[in-house]
Write a protein that binds this ligand. Structure first.
Ligand SMILES: C[S@@+](CC[C@H](N)C(=O)[O-])C[C@H]1O[C@@H](n2cnc3c(N)ncnc32)[C@H](O)[C@@H]1O
Length: 240
């Protein structure tokens, strides 16, 4: 399935400034509907787009680990949820898997398409991952990287449910995000630094912790790891 997102418009500096200010000063749990989220999210990532891949450079340290550890049978189908500019999508595509990349932001999805145009094994879908147009058990694996903290908790829980629904029994579910376990000194510094650019949901995500999303009894943790002074968690589940 392929959608054609509208072409990117000019970045509105005023909006960018407002988003950065809201993000930096916000300390409370945001009350936000899914419609508000679409608007907020798309403005935020439109404004971050020019610098997004520089921020993502820190992730190159975990890439070799992911490349080695993510190992599926050849030609497996994988859905990369909230693919952004394609960090995980490219990894799956390089491994020869049949990839479906989903994102809510047309600008982020367009950037991924542009960066990954040499791959013929990726299909793109523009829309919210909280309601996916795919069948139950359609994919061999699913992944979400650095996105649960970028949406309201209820939406994140819906996204997880959709990932579980569309992944086959016995399939892998990969989750990469900020580590929310009891913070060490280095993690507290990390949280402080990240709150400079992170979305309005970030603090709520840290407060609730990743375990708040992982309540489905069909999920079995098979591998986990921590990176960047324990600031980043890698969680690998099997849907039983
Ligand atoms: C920080 S980026 C992460 C991108 C990429 N996965 C990575 O690791 O670099 C978060 C992404 O989540 C997307 N997003 C937020 N809410 C979403 C939703 N409900 N459905 C799909 N994508 C969503 C945003 O548009 C954005 O591209």
């Amino acid at each position: 399935m392929e959608t054609t997102p509208p072409s990117a418009g000019r970045v509105n500096r005023n909006q960018t400034f407002k988003i950065v200010i809201i993000t930096c000063v916000n300390t409370s749990t945001p009350e936000i509907t899914s419609l508000d989220h679409h608007e907020y999210n798309n403005k935020l990532f439109k404004s971050l787009l020019p610098i997004y891949d520089y921020v993502e450079l820190i992730l190159i340290f975990i890439r070799p680990y992911l490349f080695k550890n993510i190992s599926l049978p050849s030609h497996s189908s994988v859905i990369d949820i909230a693919c952004g500019t394609g960090f995980m999508t490219s990894l799956f595509a390089q491994k020869g898997y049949i990839v479906t990349a989903v994102d809510l932001s047309p600008e982020m999805l367009n950037k991924a398409k542009d960066k990954l145009k040499k791959f013929t094994n990726i299909t793109y879908y523009l829309g919210s991952a909280s309601q996916l147009p795919f069948k139950d058990d359609e994919f061999d694996a699913s992944s979400i990287s650095f996105a649960l903290h970028d949406m309201p908790y209820e939406m994140g829980a819906d996204v997880l449910r959709e990932m579980i629904r569309t992944t086959k029994s016995g399939g892998k579910i990969y989750i990469i995000d900020y580590n929310t376990s009891l913070p060490t000194f280095e993690m507290k510094i990390g949280h402080l630094l990240c709150s400079i650019w992170e979305s309005i949901y970030y603090k709520d995500f840290l407060k609730r912790g990743i375990d708040a999303y992982l309540v489905d009894p069909s999920l079995k943790l098979v591998k986990s790891n921590k990176f960047l002074f324990s600031n980043v968690a890698y969680l690998e589940y099997v849907k039983t």
